[in-house]
Design a protein around this ligand. Structure first.
Ligand code: ADP
Length: 244
């Protein structure tokens, strides 16, 4: 628990610093993107100048994507959550992911008929799954099977979502650092090191947990647990009145 608290403080400090910078950069990027886009369309522009503007626009957009990820990580309070049947929400997020992942990556989904309800946000769930699935695709060199399982935890009855790949796996050094913002082993321009930091922040916001097991050369499995929402808050959301 002490290590967890230390990690939390570290993330918060990094989030504040990075979020402040990202906000400033975001404002400065606006004219770069808008003006280069405007100039590309100008008639009578010499071709080499037009190409220069295209390069500026493309770099500006990439920069905006990175900044967007930093802002998502730095954001304090998460998106608005609502009670959702988790199995349905996961299925919807997976069908979206299938359209975006490399075609040779197969998602084997085993969503037990899980009627349980969790307090989450659809957008955040999609973001979490997309980050984990694209990492899995990268680890498998963009071809292989990712197994996604949803079931109930034994005992108190929380929910467990696992995303397992048959990729390169990771060593202990990487395993210990992978949730840190800006930690990446991918080549420059490929990874920002923000994906799992964002995932970590979102899952914490749901009051869930995330953990990872990995074997070098064999694969990696992420496990996310969700508390089940109390049924009373679902069945009578509007009629519930505070105790007299
Ligand atoms: P990025 O993908 O931009 O590098 P992430 O925060 O998503 O940033 O991941 C951090 C690092 O964790 C990756 O660079 C990679 O080394 C490692 N990693 C994440 N997911 C996996 C996976 N499924 N298999 C192996 N390594 C992984």
């Amino acid at each position: 628990h002490e290590a967890e608290e230390l990690q939390r403080q570290k993330m918060e400090a990094l989030g504040q610093l990075a979020g402040g910078i990202a906000h400033e950069i975001n404002n400065l990027l606006q004219p770069v993107i808008t003006l280069s886009n405007l100039n590309i369309g100008a008639p009578d522009l010499p071709a080499p100048v037009r190409e220069d503007f295209a390069d500026i626009l493309s770099a500006g957009r990439q920069c905006r994507d990175v900044v967007g990820a930093v802002l998502a990580f730095a954001r304090k309070e998460g998106a608005a959550t609502q009670p959702l049947v988790l199995g349905d929400a996961v299925c919807r997020a997976l069908s979206f992911a299938r359209g975006v992942l490399p075609p040779a990556v197969v998602i084997d989904s085993r969503i037990g008929d899980c009627e349980a309800i969790a307090m989450i946000s659809t957008t955040e769930l999609t973001q979490v799954l997309m980050n984990l699935l694209t990492n899995a695709a990268d680890a498998m060199d963009r071809s292989g099977t990712v197994t996604v399982t949803l079931d109930r935890l034994p005992g108190a009855g929380g929910l467990r979502l696992t995303i397992g790949d048959e990729g390169c796996g990771m060593d202990e050094r990487v395993r210990q650092r992978l949730f840190e913002p800006f930690f990446t082993t991918k080549p420059q321009g490929k990874g920002t090191g923000l994906g799992l930091a964002v995932v970590h922040g979102i899952v914490r916001g749901w009051r869930g947990t995330i953990s990872v097991t990995s074997a070098l050369g064999r694969g990696t499995s992420f496990e996310i647990t969700f508390p089940v929402a109390e049924s009373s808050t679902i069945e009578h959301p509007a009629t519930e009145s505070p105790p007299a």
